[in-house]
Write a protein that binds this ligand. Sequence first.
Ligand SMILES: [Zn+2]
Length: 186
Amino acid sequence: MPIPLKIYITPFAEKGVAEPSKWSADTAKKALDVVNKIWAPAKITFVISESLSDKPLDMAKSARNNDQRVLDVLSLRHAPDNAVHVYLVNPITNLTAGGGSYLHSDPEPASFVQWYGNDFANGRAWAHELGHLMSVDHVDVDYSNEKQAAQLNKNLMTKGLSVGSDLTSGQISTAKGSKLVKRFGG
Ligand SMILES: [Zn+2]
């Protein structure tokens, strides 16, 4: 059974001036196709159960550089319900992470994902955040070990900006055993 995602397309605003949203229901669907390709080796699929256009979030640009704070502010706008909440936001130039998530779906399964301008990059960032909701942590790349670094650089769960989308068998079993997947049957 696919895991349902409730998505909120949330534009930012600053001092009452809204920035037009880069995301649309259509680009969200295309990015989700990439997400499902990335998670296919784990036989975990996601589906958009609801797509909502949220009212702009007024937040100073300088305050957006902390992923935890952005996620807290976004998730406070909607009471936790039974759904996984995914906030699709415009690019945040002063944030190195592609998004943010409550690790291990704790306290609630919620993530935000930045817009990167193309389906693959958008979907890759989204798939990474869903990895966190499924209890998969970052991989640490040891750059002094060239061979290992080259391999891990292609991994989905590399920290920061990356293009990797590989999953290890360990990551697949962690995801499959996670609270989120168990709840929805993956
Ligand atoms: Zn991460």
